[in-house]
Design a protein. Structure first.
Ligand code: SF4
Length: 248
């Protein structure tokens, strides 16, 4: 139904692809979340399921999940030559009420299209559709809803995208595809015009977080996940290991 092979489907499940609507009251259209007022109420409703003490922490965790969705779009394009609709009105965040906490999957209302020609132009369009028309708007809504730093949220996106392209390099065996994946990643980091990332974006919001292929990755912001964990254990890339941050 999504015009994906079994192998593609399986690969995309790790990025949270959903294959059905769940019917949960917490399932929500991507476009609804772009309205700050709605988003604030929604964050208030899901924070309990996330074990988050406030909307700010819930927003950061939501954008970590959005990072997976971003990785899903670019994985499908780079590794499979297909694209799913990036328009937030054509997808929904589906919640499984029987699952653990708030862990959405992404349901798309239209099937994947095969990219046939003008690959470069299509990749540029994907970059604009995913970032400018969806991710940036959601980040702005989060900022308006609970004053969370946009830098934290962009880094939440960057982490998953970088991980996906680095993992691809270890998974792909075909040299031509390997090269293509490298070029796609370079395009996002160094070649894409800043205005593809958002209406008021003056510089690439992801590139500043990339520390190089073999570098030990350390986040420059803390995503606040640790406050949802009773033991408060920090991840290995957390900047809090170097500098304590206050969570409000
Ligand atoms: S420790 Fe790492 S995972 Fe935990 S909140 Fe900080 S950055 Fe996020």
């Amino acid at each position: 139904m999504l015009n994906l092979t079994e192998k593609e489907l399986e690969s995309l499940l790790r990025f949270g692809l959903g294959t059905k609507r769940t019917g949960s009251l917490l399932s929500v259209k991507g476009a609804q979340l772009l309205h700050a007022g709605f988003l604030k109420r929604y964050l208030g409703e899901i924070k309990g399921g996330l074990n988050a003490p406030n909307e700010k922490v819930a927003a950061s965790l939501m954008m970590r999940r959005c990072g997976m969705m971003t990785a899903l779009h670019f994985y499908l394009f780079t590794a499979c030559g297909k694209r799913l609709p990036a328009d937030p009105s054509l997808m929904s965040w589906e919640i499984d009420d029987g699952g653990q906490g708030w862990a959405p999957s992404f349901y798309f209302e239209q099937e994947a299209e095969v990219v046939q020609e003008n690959r470069r132009q299509e990749f540029e369009k994907l970059t604009e559709d995913v970032f400018k028309h969806h991710v940036d708007k959601l980040i702005t809504a989060c900022f308006q809803a609970c004053s969370i730093s946009k830098k934290i949220l962009w880094e939440n996106i960057a982490v998953y995208l970088f991980w996906m392209y680095e993992t691809l390099q270890t998974e792909i065996t075909d040299p031509a595809l390997k090269k293509q994946a490298e070029q796609d990643f370079c395009y996002i980091l160094y070649e894409a015009e800043p205005d593809l990332f958002g209406a008021d974006v003056c510089e690439n919001p992801l590139a500043k977080f990339y520390q190089g292929q073999d570098a030990e990755q350390t986040r420059s912001t803390c995503c606040l996940y640790y406050v949802t964990d009773k033991s408060g254990v920090t991840c290995s890339t957390c900047p809090r290991k170097k500098q304590k941050e206050r969570v409000s």
